[in-house]
Ligand binder design. Structure first.
Ligand SMILES: [Ca+2]
Ligand SMILES: [Ca+2]
Length: 375
């Protein structure tokens, strides 16, 4: 039986036409290769390995490189030829679609990131409308809501979009999607003190500050405020500062074209909070940016691209967008210089800011991360 099988298979092999065998070989699966000669390209070598014209997908001009459709056998053969320098399978590539919003390099956030300072482990509380924690470009570590009602008691739900936008400027992830934040490895905490309509009260802000102190936040960002002074809100802002928290607040959007009124809101106006003004890409104050002696630092606040709920992205304007640039920079500097107290860090940011003009409009000027890190 065994003998018969061998005889039969020998007969079958003999009867397969040579042409047929050759055709079967050319139908072997081909894939994309890049092939480079060691000197001037010799297409005769390709022909010798059975590479047809139709398998030459492209021949390059400046280097002796061919883009070829090859069988593995052809590729191995070419690899061993003395006049072939490289044979590589053509690797897949795709566009890196992460957009770097203009404000991030503008505050030297990218320079500091390139030097390794990403805000790693620095805790940043975003006192706002909550943060959409399911967003693909955000990593929210914890949070708290001051509201009891079912619509607003979840700090990881942001029905407004404001808090999610602010959070993205601080810490949108460095990946291949969406945008890039100033301090992508800082720890985001969603402290919901404004409801889904963007409204809240001083009681809620005070409660959010208290939670931030009790939970050892390093930085609090308050892209919010009111026009009414409050001794109790001031006492809570002072307490956070006294407990070592760096308190960053939006100066407010009550500026005018002349830029000479005293319109900084609360809590930014308190000594214990850094009041942040908004500038555009040309380092000009946004006309809406509040002015006055309390203005301390400036940061990008016009046409700021960041995260919004539902894995979306949008551009917003406001001192609300400027403050988180400062919070992100502070996280980077604290990553680089963890021994600094909040007061020392604040003074360093003032000293190293880029002067932009009148202090009642720009404060000490544009916050500069790498200047502060390398100072
Ligand atoms: Ca990203
Ligand atoms: Ca202040």
């Amino acid at each position: 039986m065994k003998k018969l099988l061998i005889v039969l298979s020998t007969i079958l092999l003999l009867f397969i036409p040579f042409q047929h065998v050759f055709a079967a070989e050319t139908q072997e699966e081909k894939s994309d290769y890049l092939v480079m000669f060691d000197g001037p390209a010799k297409s005769g070598i390709l022909k010798a390995f059975g590479v047809d014209d139709e398998d030459v997908l492209h021949s390059f001009d400046l280097l002796p490189v061919y883009h070829l459709n090859l069988t593995d056998g052809q590729a191995n053969g070419l690899q061993n030829h003395p006049h072939i320098e490289h044979v590589e399978s053509n690797a897949d590539a795709k566009a890196f679609s992460q957009t770097v919003p203009w404000g991030v390099p503008h505050v030297q956030g990218t320079t500091a990131q390139d030097a390794g300072y990403t805000g790693n482990g620095v805790k940043v509380a975003i006192l706002d409308t909550g943060i959409d924690a399911s967003h693909e470009d955000l990593n929210v570590v914890g949070g708290y809501s001051v509201f009891d009602d079912s619509a607003n008691n979840d700090p990881f739900y942001d029905g407004s979009g404001h808090g999610t936008h602010v959070a993205g400027t601080v810490a949108a992830l460095d990946n291949n999607v969406g945008v890039l934040g100033v301090a992508p490895q800082s720890d985001l905490y969603a402290v919901k003190v404004l409801n889904n309509s963007g409204s809240g009260s001083y009681a809620g802000i005070a409660e959010g500050l208290e939670w931030s102190i009790q939970n050892d936040m390093d930085i609090v960002n308050m892209s919010l405020g009111g026009s009414q002074s409050s001794s109790i809100l001031e006492a809570y802002t002072d307490l956070a500062n006294d407990e070592g928290v760096l308190v960053v607040a939006a100066a407010g959007n009550s500026g005018n074209r002349g830029g000479n009124n005293d319109s900084v809101g609360y809590p930014a106006k308190y000594d214990s909070a850094i009041a942040v003004a908004a500038i555009d890409q040309n380092n000009n104050r946004a006309t809406f940016s509040s002015t006055g002696p309390a203005v301390e630092l400036s940061a990008p606040g016009v046409n700021v691209l960041s995260t919004v709920p539902g894995d979306n992205y949008d551009s917003y304007n406001g001192t609300s967008m400027a403050a988180p640039h400062v919070a992100g920079v502070a996280a980077q500097v604290w990553d680089a210089k963890p021994h600094l107290s909040n007061t020392e860090l604040r003074e360093l940011l003032q000293q190293t800011a880029q002067n932009l003009g009148p202090s009642h409009r720009y404060g000490h000027g544009l916050v500069q991360s790498f200047e502060a890190i390398s100072h």
